[in-house]
Design a protein around this ligand. Structure first.
Ligand code: SAM
Length: 306
């Protein structure tokens, strides 16, 4: 029996009326940057976790599920071997790490607004980035990703949006809008693909996921939602793939396995054909919520989470 008295606890609210508790062994580092409150803690069940503004971003034990689900469906949906990729956000460096598993990639850019978070992750979370920042193909920039995309004329085969939630006063609010996704589309090559983390897909909390799905359908010809259970979040998590050409929902088990074998160096621990088929098969209540959602998120009316 676990004795709750014997631990310090970190409590994260998932909704105003629910939460998830983690027993904490120690706080590795705590800081307030110009943009957010940062904690790296060691938990009893999941090893080290990164927490920004009170919200768990990833854990050492199950980050491979989140980061493989975020990156590979998009990299495998690029029409032809991906040569370049862009991570928007991505603090820990694990998203960059997954992108660098493709030997065809010659340039992998990561733009995170908070250089201090990236430095803390470099120093205290080597288990997550596993040297990705030192890869000669990696280029890490500390700036607002929207400003970067507005300025650059570079094109990428793959763009992934790995941002914190759009909290009021937080740095990410204007990166969840139709205008921002239009900019992303313009910076993709003609056979390009994007993916994003799109919040919870738990019952009663689908508005965020479905309105982003609705918004992306205004911008991209092919949009598909998928989900996976992220244990340290204590809830199923939604992602969206939006592509210019390849339809991820038409890639069957064998096709995905072949693409993984052809494109990825080294084994993956989570993503393969079966995982793809399962993740993209959304249950009926989620499909219904997607179909019923009418909200398009715009710069004039951004999505702001409580
Ligand atoms: N795995 C995460 C989750 O569960 O939501 C997200 C990972 S990552 C740590 C999120 C990163 O987005 C943070 O490091 C934060 O600094 C960055 N970020 C927030 N706003 C940004 C912006 N406007 N431009 C670029 N990066 C931004």
């Amino acid at each position: 029996m676990i004795n709750p008295q014997g631990y310090k606890w970190f409590f994260e609210t998932t909704t105003p009326a629910e939460g998830h508790m983690h027993a904490i062994k120690r706080t590795v580092v705590e800081a307030r940057t110009k943009f957010q409150h940062v904690e790296i803690m060691e938990t009893t069940s999941y090893g080290k976790v990164l927490v920004l503004d009170g919200r768990i971003q990833s854990s050492q034990a199950d980050e491979f599920i989140y980061h493989e689900a975020l990156v590979h469906p998009g990299m495998l949906a690029v029409d032809g071997p991906p040569r370049s990729g862009l991570v928007i956000g991505g603090g820990e460096g694990a998203t960059l790490r997954e992108m660098l598993k493709y030997p065809s990639v010659t340039r992998a850019v990561m733009v995170d607004i908070d250089g201090e978070v990236v430095e803390l992750c470099k120093r205290h979370l080597p288990e997550m980035h596993r040297g990705a920042f030192e890869d000669p193909r990696a280029e890490v920039r500390a700036e607002d990703a929207r400003a970067y995309l507005e300025r650059t004329s570079d094109r990428f085969d793959f763009i992934t949006i790995d941002l914190v939630e759009p909290l009021e006063e937080g740095p990410a609010c204007m990166l969840f809008t139709r205008e921002f996704y239009t900019l992303v589309r313009e910076r993709l090559t003609p056979g390009g693909a994007m993916t994003m983390q799109a919040g919870m897909t738990k019952l009663g909390e689908l508005a965020f996921f479905t309105s982003l799905h609705r918004t992306l359908r205004e911008v991209f010809p092919v949009v598909a939602g998928y989900q996976t259970f992220v244990s340290c979040f204590g809830t199923p998590w939604g992602f969206i793939a939006a592509t210019k050409r390849v339809d991820t929902t038409r890639q069957d088990v064998a096709a995905v396995d072949t693409l993984v074998a052809e494109r990825v160096r080294g084994p993956l621990d989570y993503w393969d054909g079966q995982t793809h088929a399962h993740a993209f098969s959304l249950p009926r209540f989620i499909r219904k919520a997607i179909a019923q959602q009418t909200r398009v998120v715009t710069d004039a009316q951004p999505l702001i989470m409580a």
